[in-house]
Design a protein around this ligand. Structure first.
Ligand SMILES: Nc1ncnc2c1ncn2[C@@H]1O[C@H](COP(=O)(O)OP(=O)(O)O)[C@@H](O)[C@H]1O
Ligand SMILES: O=C(O)C1=C[C@@H](OP(=O)(O)O)[C@@H](O)[C@H](O)C1
Length: 181
């Protein structure tokens, strides 16, 4: 069973993905970490030096590699759904979950962020609205499930996803039982 989390920057793909992986005792894989290991610098620096298209090429290579041996809980980069080839690879080889968040919630979570190159602009909320408008349909096209992230905490989102995976027959009931209960 392999799950890929998609959604805008700040949707909780890393935070939720890590806890979900712990809960299901599966490896957690962050595709942006894999890219940073390949390039040997931060994604933000790489964007500045080489530009977005070059980053997207690398991203596509990493997604193709992951799809060739799907495993664990994968946190994808927010733009990984932009290319049709990536959307197909993700949908065919992973159970894809879209963590949907409003631009306002994302802005609240990321207002002090300095790592995400696309948000280092004068009006990050405006940029989040643009990204949402362009990408929400692509996340929906790629995903098998959509989970609303506005109100629930990270722990609650993990519970919701475990329940959905059980209902979909992807994990046996009780596999992800909450150790605190
Ligand atoms: N549902 C949530 N409620 C409150 N804070 C959240 C939620 N999801 C994520 N966060 C916080 O928002 C920030 C961005 O989350 P992160 O997992 O890095 O997003 P992504 O990997 O999708 O870009 C982190 O500080 C994280 O703890
Ligand atoms: O939205 C995007 O296009 C990007 C999101 C980032 O990942 P997160 O979604 O983890 O921030 C990272 O892949 C890169 O900065 C590009």
């Amino acid at each position: 069973m392999a799950v890929a989390l998609v959604g805008l920057p700040g949707a909780g793909k890393s935070a939720v993905g890590k806890r979900l992986a712990q809960r299901l005792q599966l490896p957690f894989i962050d595709s942006d970490d894999l890219i940073e290991r390949r390039i040997g610098c931060s994604i933000r620096d790489y964007f500045e030096r080489e530009g977005e298209q070059s980053f997207r090429d690398l991203e596509q290579e990493v997604i193709a590699d992951l799809a060739a041996a799907p495993r664990g809980i994968v946190s994808t980069g927010g733009g990984s759904v932009l290319r049709e080839a990536n959307r197909r690879q993700l949908r065919e080889h992973f159970h894809v979950i879209y963590l949907r968040s409003s631009p306002e919630d994302l802005f609240r979570r990321l207002r002090h962020d300095v790592k995400r190159p696309l948000l280092q602009v004068a009006d990050p909320l405006g940029r989040l609205h643009e990204l949402y408008a362009a990408r929400d349909p692509l996340y929906r096209e790629t995903a098998h499930d959509v989970v609303e992230t506005g109100r629930p905490t990270v722990a609650m989102l993990v519970n919701i996803i475990v329940m959905q995976l059980e209902l979909a027959g992807l994990i046996a009931p009780g596999t992800g039982s909450d150790p605190q209960v």
